[in-house]
Design a protein around this ligand. Structure first.
Ligand SMILES: CC(C)(COP(=O)(O)OP(=O)(O)OC[C@H]1O[C@@H](n2cnc3c(N)ncnc32)[C@H](O)[C@@H]1OP(=O)(O)O)[C@@H](O)C(=O)NCCC(=O)NCCS
Length: 169
């Protein structure tokens, strides 16, 4: 179990049963999931059970909450990278929380967690080639483009970024 991580404005913490409604709202929002695998069709009960079972086997998932009032504003973590067989940064914010710098704040905290605690040598960022926000975020996080394009499992082209732990450069 990962201990909560505090940043300037956020707390990243393990998912709790009371997150199920917010989590469901995030996963079923077509705007939020536009460049991911599309809006989920699961209901709230599915997410209640999913959280109770400990989430996904292939991912580390944390809730993103505001320090000021505890409000759930998204999820983040690492997922198994299909292209490079390494950890991929996963940051998903509610739409009304875009354009506030939260993505960068989360990304910086996760990169630190990945290198300092999980001892990853390389952390990847994978962005749909049309997803300008995600591409800008990878660049702001100091990630370098790894190759021109790869393909998601679903066949969509993506741009792969990576950042290496300082000692591994
Ligand atoms: C990908 C995603 C996290 C990026 O969000 P974002 O809002 O573009 O990025 P940030 O949260 O870092 O915010 C940066 C923007 O906020 C602005 N900003 C406003 N207030 C700010 C502040 N206090 N501090 C820093 N930046 C601030 C910055 O200028 C920047 O705008 P710009 O890109 O026009 O220059 C978000 O679009 C999202 O959750 N999308 C849906 C899920 C998804 O597809 N995730 C990608 C897979 S990982």
């Amino acid at each position: 179990m990962i201990s909560p991580i505090e940043t300037k404005r956020l707390v990243l913490r393990p998912l709790e049963p009371q997150d199920a409604c917010d989590f469901h709202g995030l996963e079923t929002d077509p705007a939020v999931k536009n460049f991911l695998n599309g809006a989920s069709k699961h209901d709230v009960d599915y997410y209640k059970q999913w959280i109770a079972k400990g989430g996904s086997e292939n991912s580390t998932i944390l809730a993103i909450t505001l320090r000021i009032d505890g409000r759930f504003i998204g999820r983040c973590g690492f997922t198994k990278n299909w292209h490079c067989d390494g950890p991929e940064l996963d940051i998903v914010l509610k739409k009304d929380c875009w354009n506030s710098g939260y993505g960068q704040e989360v990304g910086e905290a996760l990169i630190k967690l990945g290198f300092d605690e999980f001892k990853y040598d390389t952390i990847f960022g994978v962005a749909d080639f049309k997803h300008v926000r995600s591409i800008k975020l990878c660049k702001r996080l100091g990630m370098a483009q790894r190759q021109d394009f790869a393909l998601r499992k679903e066949g969509r082209p993506v741009v792969v970024y990576e950042i290496r732990r300082p000692s591994a450069k």
